[in-house]
Design a binder for this molecule. Structure first.
Ligand code: GLP
Length: 245
């Protein structure tokens, strides 16, 4: 049984992108000065494209929002095309006019990653927390870069990427050896503090883990399983990703 989770099953990736963008736009219309959390990876690309189109046609105004990203690779500068900062600038922020001062992503090149983590966590709190956080899910159940562990990561932290994540994310790099081994990621506690969570999942490769995350026992070995305890979790997933639910 899906307890407090609102699950929208859509036909395919294209429908997922449209549905997620529409839902996001509804939240922004209700709270144009809100704080919104963004994810990267392949899944939200279509949604961001939809948001750009909505913004370009005057149907969405992101010029007053504050943005916080889930994570960043350690070692990649914001102008590195593989960095999440670069991804966000080019896929969403520049095209929608999110104010520069309101674009927050952990720095991958901070002198001291631990200090950067603490600063990032504090900044989220200073801004009053996140109203709506977009999430993807890794094939191993990771959220952000919170990898399967023996305990749940609490706050924003400097984390090592799991072997599976390195292998899966290698598709975005020229060579698997170019995939950074560390990242800064919001912790599960940070993520759970968001008012509303919007989890997106698409394709067969996510079917098994999505079932475990939403219906399995809550365990740090499947970090996404803790989302079951959130007061407002909305899931938009396509048929392929929900075939076991
Ligand atoms: C990446 C990111 C996550 C993302 C997940 C799934 O490594 N750190 O934030 O949600 O893995 O990625 P994808 O959407 O490409 O499947």
């Amino acid at each position: 049984m899906l307890k407090n989770i609102t699950l929208h099953v859509v036909s395919d990736y294209s429908a997922l992108s449209t549905a997620a963008a529409k839902l996001f736009a509804t939240y922004v219309a209700a709270n144009p000065v809100g704080t919104y959390g963004f994810a990267t990876g392949g899944t939200p690309e279509g949604m961001y494209e939809e948001l750009c189109k909505m913004s370009e046609s005057g149907k969405l105004d992101l010029t007053k929002i504050t943005a916080f990203n889930l994570d960043e690779y350690v070692g990649l500068a914001p102008n590195d095309p593989q960095s999440y900062a670069y991804y966000m600038e080019n896929r969403l922020f520049n095209r929608t006019g999110v104010p520069m001062a309101n674009r927050h992503i952990p720095s991958g090149i901070a002198q001291c990653p631990n200090t950067e983590c603490n600063k990032y966590e504090e900044l989220i709190h200073k801004c009053g927390g996140i109203d709506l956080q977009i999430l993807g899910i890794g094939t191993n159940g990771h959220i952000g870069f919170n990898e399967p562990e023996n305990t749940f990561a609490g706050q924003t932290s400097h984390v090592a990427l799991a072997e599976e994540t390195i292998n899966v994310n290698a598709r975005f790099f020229d060579d698997i050896n170019d995939v950074p081994r560390y990242a800064i990621s919001m912790g599960m506690q940070t993520i759970m503090m968001a008012e509303t969570l919007l989890l997106l999942a698409s394709g067969d490769s996510k079917a098994k883990i999505l079932k475990e995350a939403l219906l399995g026992s809550i365990t740090p070995h499947v970090p996404a399983s803790v989302l079951q305890m959130h007061r407002k979790l909305i899931v938009i997933a396509d048929k392929a990703a929900t075939k076991y639910i």
